[in-house]
Ligand binder design. Structure first.
Ligand code: PEP
Ligand code: MN
Length: 334
Protein backbone atom coordinates (compact mmCIF):
# COMPACT_ATOMS: atom_id res chain seq x y z
CA UNK A 1 0.00 0.00 0.00
CA UNK A 2 1.10 3.62 -0.48
CA UNK A 3 2.68 5.24 2.62
CA UNK A 4 0.17 6.49 5.19
CA UNK A 5 -2.89 4.83 3.65
CA UNK A 6 -5.79 5.13 6.15
CA UNK A 7 -6.93 1.94 7.86
CA UNK A 8 -10.36 1.85 6.20
CA UNK A 9 -8.74 1.87 2.74
CA UNK A 10 -6.46 -0.99 3.78
CA UNK A 11 -9.54 -2.91 4.95
CA UNK A 12 -11.18 -2.46 1.53
CA UNK A 13 -8.17 -4.08 -0.15
CA UNK A 14 -8.06 -6.89 2.44
CA UNK A 15 -11.69 -7.63 1.62
CA UNK A 16 -10.98 -7.67 -2.11
CA UNK A 17 -7.99 -10.01 -1.68
CA UNK A 18 -10.29 -12.37 0.18
CA UNK A 19 -12.98 -12.06 -2.48
CA UNK A 20 -10.41 -13.10 -5.10
CA UNK A 21 -9.86 -16.31 -3.15
CA UNK A 22 -6.63 -15.54 -1.26
CA UNK A 23 -5.89 -15.42 2.44
CA UNK A 24 -4.80 -11.80 3.20
CA UNK A 25 -2.08 -11.29 5.86
CA UNK A 26 -1.37 -7.59 6.45
CA UNK A 27 2.03 -6.54 7.79
CA UNK A 28 1.67 -3.09 9.38
CA UNK A 29 4.85 -1.00 9.22
CA UNK A 30 5.44 2.43 10.74
CA UNK A 31 4.70 4.12 7.39
CA UNK A 32 3.71 1.45 4.94
CA UNK A 33 1.54 -1.64 5.02
CA UNK A 34 2.27 -4.74 2.97
CA UNK A 35 -0.45 -7.30 2.36
CA UNK A 36 0.76 -10.84 1.79
CA UNK A 37 -1.82 -12.78 -0.23
CA UNK A 38 -1.54 -16.53 0.33
CA UNK A 39 -2.88 -18.73 -2.47
CA UNK A 40 -2.07 -20.36 -5.77
CA UNK A 41 -2.29 -18.19 -8.89
CA UNK A 42 -2.92 -21.28 -11.00
CA UNK A 43 -6.27 -21.92 -9.34
CA UNK A 44 -7.25 -18.36 -8.29
CA UNK A 45 -7.83 -15.08 -10.07
CA UNK A 46 -4.75 -12.98 -10.72
CA UNK A 47 -4.14 -10.18 -8.23
CA UNK A 48 -3.11 -7.68 -10.91
CA UNK A 49 -6.63 -6.20 -10.73
CA UNK A 50 -5.81 -4.79 -7.27
CA UNK A 51 -3.95 -1.94 -8.98
CA UNK A 52 -7.37 -0.31 -9.60
CA UNK A 53 -7.32 0.70 -5.91
CA UNK A 54 -5.69 4.14 -5.77
CA UNK A 55 -3.90 3.25 -2.52
CA UNK A 56 -2.27 0.09 -3.90
CA UNK A 57 1.27 1.03 -4.87
CA UNK A 58 2.43 -2.24 -6.40
CA UNK A 59 1.34 -5.85 -6.88
CA UNK A 60 4.34 -8.12 -6.78
CA UNK A 61 4.34 -11.90 -7.34
CA UNK A 62 6.74 -13.52 -4.87
CA UNK A 63 6.96 -16.80 -6.72
CA UNK A 64 8.10 -17.10 -10.32
CA UNK A 65 5.23 -16.96 -12.79
CA UNK A 66 6.80 -19.93 -14.56
CA UNK A 67 6.51 -22.47 -11.79
CA UNK A 68 7.03 -25.86 -13.44
CA UNK A 69 9.80 -24.58 -15.70
CA UNK A 70 11.68 -22.88 -12.87
CA UNK A 71 14.74 -24.33 -11.21
CA UNK A 72 13.09 -23.62 -7.86
CA UNK A 73 10.55 -26.35 -8.59
CA UNK A 74 13.20 -28.81 -9.85
CA UNK A 75 16.77 -28.04 -8.73
CA UNK A 76 18.51 -30.79 -10.75
CA UNK A 77 19.02 -30.52 -14.52
CA UNK A 78 16.32 -32.33 -16.48
CA UNK A 79 17.54 -34.88 -19.00
CA UNK A 80 15.07 -35.25 -21.86
CA UNK A 81 14.81 -38.69 -23.40
CA UNK A 82 14.50 -38.39 -27.18
CA UNK A 83 13.58 -41.97 -28.00
CA UNK A 84 16.74 -43.25 -26.28
CA UNK A 85 18.99 -40.23 -26.96
CA UNK A 86 19.48 -38.20 -23.76
CA UNK A 87 19.54 -34.40 -24.08
CA UNK A 88 20.62 -32.27 -21.14
CA UNK A 89 23.09 -34.64 -19.44
CA UNK A 90 26.86 -35.02 -19.85
CA UNK A 91 26.44 -35.96 -23.52
CA UNK A 92 26.41 -32.90 -25.78
CA UNK A 93 23.73 -33.32 -28.44
CA UNK A 94 24.31 -32.32 -32.04
CA UNK A 95 21.27 -32.05 -34.31
CA UNK A 96 22.18 -31.34 -37.92
CA UNK A 97 20.72 -31.44 -41.40
CA UNK A 98 19.32 -29.24 -44.11
CA UNK A 99 17.16 -26.21 -43.52
CA UNK A 100 14.52 -27.81 -45.80
CA UNK A 101 14.01 -31.36 -46.96
CA UNK A 102 14.38 -31.00 -50.74
CA UNK A 103 14.80 -34.52 -52.20
CA UNK A 104 15.57 -38.11 -51.22
CA UNK A 105 19.13 -37.76 -52.42
CA UNK A 106 19.76 -34.45 -50.67
CA UNK A 107 18.38 -35.73 -47.37
CA UNK A 108 19.98 -39.17 -47.39
CA UNK A 109 23.46 -37.98 -48.31
CA UNK A 110 23.22 -35.31 -45.60
CA UNK A 111 21.92 -37.80 -43.03
CA UNK A 112 24.85 -40.15 -43.71
CA UNK A 113 27.39 -37.31 -43.59
CA UNK A 114 26.16 -35.78 -40.31
CA UNK A 115 25.91 -39.22 -38.71
CA UNK A 116 29.48 -40.06 -39.73
CA UNK A 117 30.64 -36.80 -38.15
CA UNK A 118 28.87 -37.56 -34.84
CA UNK A 119 25.37 -36.05 -34.99
CA UNK A 120 22.63 -38.11 -33.31
CA UNK A 121 19.57 -36.21 -34.50
CA UNK A 122 18.70 -35.25 -38.08
CA UNK A 123 17.01 -31.90 -38.72
CA UNK A 124 15.03 -30.99 -41.82
CA UNK A 125 11.97 -28.84 -42.41
CA UNK A 126 9.06 -30.40 -44.27
CA UNK A 127 6.78 -27.45 -43.50
CA UNK A 128 8.67 -24.18 -43.90
CA UNK A 129 7.64 -20.79 -42.44
CA UNK A 130 8.85 -18.55 -45.27
CA UNK A 131 8.68 -14.77 -45.18
CA UNK A 132 7.35 -14.63 -48.75
CA UNK A 133 4.48 -16.79 -50.01
CA UNK A 134 6.38 -17.14 -53.32
CA UNK A 135 9.37 -18.87 -51.71
CA UNK A 136 9.73 -22.66 -51.36
CA UNK A 137 7.20 -23.75 -48.73
CA UNK A 138 8.56 -27.25 -48.08
CA UNK A 139 7.52 -30.69 -49.34
CA UNK A 140 4.93 -31.25 -46.59
CA UNK A 141 3.87 -34.89 -46.20
CA UNK A 142 6.36 -36.03 -48.85
CA UNK A 143 9.11 -34.37 -46.80
CA UNK A 144 8.00 -36.30 -43.72
CA UNK A 145 8.10 -39.52 -45.71
CA UNK A 146 11.69 -38.78 -46.72
CA UNK A 147 12.61 -38.02 -43.10
CA UNK A 148 11.12 -41.38 -42.10
CA UNK A 149 13.19 -43.09 -44.79
CA UNK A 150 16.37 -41.39 -43.54
CA UNK A 151 15.53 -42.40 -39.98
CA UNK A 152 14.94 -46.02 -41.00
CA UNK A 153 18.25 -46.18 -42.86
CA UNK A 154 20.53 -44.32 -40.43
CA UNK A 155 18.87 -44.72 -37.03
CA UNK A 156 19.15 -40.97 -36.50
CA UNK A 157 16.31 -39.41 -34.52
CA UNK A 158 14.29 -36.75 -36.32
CA UNK A 159 13.52 -33.13 -35.46
CA UNK A 160 11.18 -31.24 -37.78
CA UNK A 161 9.06 -28.13 -37.52
CA UNK A 162 5.34 -28.18 -36.89
CA UNK A 163 3.69 -25.04 -38.26
CA UNK A 164 0.08 -25.54 -37.35
CA UNK A 165 -2.15 -27.24 -34.79
CA UNK A 166 -3.70 -29.16 -37.68
CA UNK A 167 -0.33 -30.78 -38.46
CA UNK A 168 0.68 -31.93 -34.99
CA UNK A 169 -0.83 -35.39 -35.24
CA UNK A 170 0.77 -36.46 -38.51
CA UNK A 171 4.11 -34.66 -37.92
CA UNK A 172 4.37 -36.46 -34.56
CA UNK A 173 4.19 -39.81 -36.37
CA UNK A 174 7.66 -39.18 -37.85
CA UNK A 175 9.21 -36.59 -35.55
CA UNK A 176 11.05 -37.57 -32.37
CA UNK A 177 11.17 -33.87 -31.48
CA UNK A 178 8.57 -31.34 -32.56
CA UNK A 179 10.24 -28.04 -33.47
CA UNK A 180 8.17 -24.93 -32.73
CA UNK A 181 9.68 -22.13 -34.78
CA UNK A 182 10.45 -18.54 -33.88
CA UNK A 183 7.36 -17.33 -35.71
CA UNK A 184 5.11 -19.57 -33.62
CA UNK A 185 6.95 -19.13 -30.34
CA UNK A 186 3.88 -17.70 -28.60
CA UNK A 187 1.19 -19.56 -30.53
CA UNK A 188 -0.26 -20.97 -27.33
CA UNK A 189 -2.86 -23.21 -29.00
CA UNK A 190 -0.08 -24.84 -31.03
CA UNK A 191 2.02 -25.25 -27.88
CA UNK A 192 -0.89 -26.97 -26.12
CA UNK A 193 -1.42 -29.36 -29.05
CA UNK A 194 2.30 -30.17 -29.08
CA UNK A 195 2.17 -30.77 -25.34
CA UNK A 196 -0.68 -33.24 -25.78
CA UNK A 197 1.30 -35.25 -28.36
CA UNK A 198 3.66 -36.28 -25.53
CA UNK A 199 6.66 -35.80 -27.86
CA UNK A 200 9.65 -33.69 -26.77
CA UNK A 201 9.21 -30.11 -27.98
CA UNK A 202 12.08 -27.85 -29.05
CA UNK A 203 10.79 -24.35 -28.38
CA UNK A 204 12.59 -21.65 -30.32
CA UNK A 205 12.84 -18.16 -28.94
CA UNK A 206 10.60 -15.69 -30.80
CA UNK A 207 12.06 -12.99 -33.04
CA UNK A 208 11.35 -10.29 -30.46
CA UNK A 209 10.66 -12.39 -27.40
CA UNK A 210 11.92 -11.54 -23.93
CA UNK A 211 13.33 -14.36 -21.83
CA UNK A 212 10.48 -14.19 -19.31
CA UNK A 213 7.97 -14.58 -22.17
CA UNK A 214 9.95 -17.52 -23.54
CA UNK A 215 9.96 -19.21 -20.11
CA UNK A 216 6.19 -18.69 -19.85
CA UNK A 217 5.65 -20.17 -23.33
CA UNK A 218 7.49 -23.30 -22.12
CA UNK A 219 5.31 -23.23 -19.00
CA UNK A 220 2.27 -23.74 -21.27
CA UNK A 221 3.73 -27.05 -22.44
CA UNK A 222 4.59 -28.25 -18.93
CA UNK A 223 1.26 -27.05 -17.56
CA UNK A 224 -0.42 -29.23 -20.18
CA UNK A 225 1.31 -32.34 -18.93
CA UNK A 226 4.42 -32.56 -21.10
CA UNK A 227 7.71 -32.03 -19.22
CA UNK A 228 9.90 -32.70 -22.28
CA UNK A 229 10.88 -29.23 -23.45
CA UNK A 230 14.15 -28.04 -24.96
CA UNK A 231 14.77 -24.29 -25.17
CA UNK A 232 16.40 -23.15 -28.41
CA UNK A 233 18.07 -19.76 -28.72
CA UNK A 234 18.21 -18.79 -32.41
CA UNK A 235 19.00 -15.10 -32.30
CA UNK A 236 16.77 -12.10 -31.80
CA UNK A 237 16.07 -8.96 -33.82
CA UNK A 238 18.31 -6.07 -32.97
CA UNK A 239 19.62 -2.96 -34.76
CA UNK A 240 22.68 -4.94 -35.96
CA UNK A 241 22.79 -5.79 -39.68
CA UNK A 242 26.11 -7.66 -40.01
CA UNK A 243 24.23 -10.74 -38.90
CA UNK A 244 20.68 -11.87 -39.79
CA UNK A 245 19.85 -12.05 -36.07
CA UNK A 246 21.84 -11.37 -32.92
CA UNK A 247 22.59 -14.65 -31.15
CA UNK A 248 22.05 -14.06 -27.45
CA UNK A 249 24.58 -16.36 -25.78
CA UNK A 250 23.83 -14.78 -22.40
CA UNK A 251 20.47 -16.53 -22.71
CA UNK A 252 22.27 -19.85 -22.11
CA UNK A 253 23.50 -18.68 -18.71
CA UNK A 254 20.14 -17.13 -17.86
CA UNK A 255 18.05 -20.16 -18.83
CA UNK A 256 20.45 -22.44 -16.95
CA UNK A 257 19.95 -20.29 -13.86
CA UNK A 258 16.19 -19.91 -14.16
CA UNK A 259 15.24 -23.36 -15.43
CA UNK A 260 16.12 -27.04 -15.16
CA UNK A 261 15.39 -27.65 -18.86
CA UNK A 262 18.11 -28.07 -21.53
CA UNK A 263 19.19 -25.24 -23.84
CA UNK A 264 20.11 -25.78 -27.48
CA UNK A 265 21.80 -23.15 -29.68
CA UNK A 266 20.92 -22.68 -33.34
CA UNK A 267 23.89 -20.75 -34.73
CA UNK A 268 22.59 -21.00 -38.31
CA UNK A 269 19.46 -18.85 -37.88
CA UNK A 270 21.42 -17.14 -35.09
CA UNK A 271 23.76 -15.31 -37.44
CA UNK A 272 22.64 -16.22 -40.96
CA UNK A 273 26.26 -16.62 -42.16
CA UNK A 274 28.07 -19.93 -42.68
CA UNK A 275 31.44 -18.28 -41.98
CA UNK A 276 30.45 -17.47 -38.37
CA UNK A 277 28.76 -20.76 -37.45
CA UNK A 278 31.91 -22.42 -36.08
CA UNK A 279 32.77 -19.56 -33.76
CA UNK A 280 29.23 -19.45 -32.38
CA UNK A 281 29.15 -23.22 -31.84
CA UNK A 282 32.37 -23.01 -29.84
CA UNK A 283 30.96 -20.15 -27.80
CA UNK A 284 27.75 -22.09 -27.12
CA UNK A 285 29.68 -25.20 -26.01
CA UNK A 286 31.90 -23.15 -23.72
CA UNK A 287 28.85 -21.34 -22.23
CA UNK A 288 27.34 -24.68 -21.17
CA UNK A 289 24.66 -25.14 -23.82
CA UNK A 290 23.36 -28.72 -24.00
CA UNK A 291 23.53 -29.02 -27.76
CA UNK A 292 23.40 -27.48 -31.20
CA UNK A 293 20.94 -27.35 -34.08
CA UNK A 294 23.00 -26.77 -37.22
CA UNK A 295 22.04 -26.43 -40.87
CA UNK A 296 24.07 -28.66 -43.21
CA UNK A 297 23.52 -29.07 -46.95
CA UNK A 298 25.38 -31.06 -49.66
CA UNK A 299 25.61 -27.92 -51.79
CA UNK A 300 24.58 -24.78 -49.89
CA UNK A 301 24.76 -22.63 -53.04
CA UNK A 302 21.85 -24.61 -54.49
CA UNK A 303 19.73 -24.84 -51.33
CA UNK A 304 16.04 -23.95 -51.68
CA UNK A 305 16.16 -22.05 -48.37
CA UNK A 306 18.81 -20.42 -46.18
CA UNK A 307 21.74 -21.29 -48.51
CA UNK A 308 23.95 -18.51 -47.13
CA UNK A 309 24.01 -20.00 -43.63
CA UNK A 310 24.28 -23.75 -44.28
CA UNK A 311 27.56 -25.63 -43.82
CA UNK A 312 28.77 -28.15 -46.38
CA UNK A 313 29.85 -31.63 -45.24
CA UNK A 314 33.50 -30.69 -44.89
CA UNK A 315 32.69 -27.58 -42.88
CA UNK A 316 30.48 -29.65 -40.58
CA UNK A 317 33.05 -32.36 -39.91
CA UNK A 318 35.75 -29.74 -39.25
CA UNK A 319 33.43 -28.08 -36.77
CA UNK A 320 32.76 -31.38 -34.99
CA UNK A 321 36.50 -32.06 -34.71
CA UNK A 322 36.97 -28.61 -33.19
CA UNK A 323 34.22 -29.18 -30.62
CA UNK A 324 35.67 -32.35 -29.06
CA UNK A 325 38.56 -30.78 -27.09
CA UNK A 326 36.38 -27.83 -26.09
CA UNK A 327 33.69 -30.08 -24.68
CA UNK A 328 36.27 -32.18 -22.83
CA UNK A 329 37.24 -29.03 -20.90
CA UNK A 330 33.62 -28.67 -19.76
CA UNK A 331 33.52 -32.38 -18.85
CA UNK A 332 31.19 -33.33 -21.63
CA UNK A 333 31.46 -35.33 -24.82
CA UNK A 334 29.57 -35.82 -28.05
C1 PEP B 1 14.64 -23.29 -39.23
O1 PEP B 1 15.10 -23.92 -38.28
O2 PEP B 1 14.91 -23.53 -40.42
C2 PEP B 1 13.77 -22.13 -38.93
C3 PEP B 1 12.87 -21.69 -39.80
O3 PEP B 1 14.00 -21.62 -37.71
P1 PEP B 1 13.39 -20.32 -36.95
O4 PEP B 1 12.00 -20.68 -36.58
O5 PEP B 1 14.32 -20.19 -35.79
O6 PEP B 1 13.49 -19.15 -37.90
MN1 MN C 1 16.54 -22.34 -41.88
Amino acid sequence: MRPNTPREKIDEVLKEVQRLGYDPRPIFGSEQTIIAAIGDERTHHTLESLTVFADVEKVMPVQKRYKLVSRESHPANSVINVDGVPVGGPKFCVMAGPCSVESADQLLTTARAVKAAGATILRGGAYKPRTSPYEFQGLGREGLRLLQEAKDETGLKIITEVLSERHVEHVAQTADILQVGARNAQNFQLLIECAKSGKPVLLKRGLCERIDEWLLAAEYILAHGNPNVLFCERGIRTFETYTRNTLDLAAVAIIKKESHLPVIIDPSQGCGRADLVRALCCGAAAMGADGLLIEVHPNPAEALSDGQQQLDFQGFSQLMAQLHPLLAVTERCI
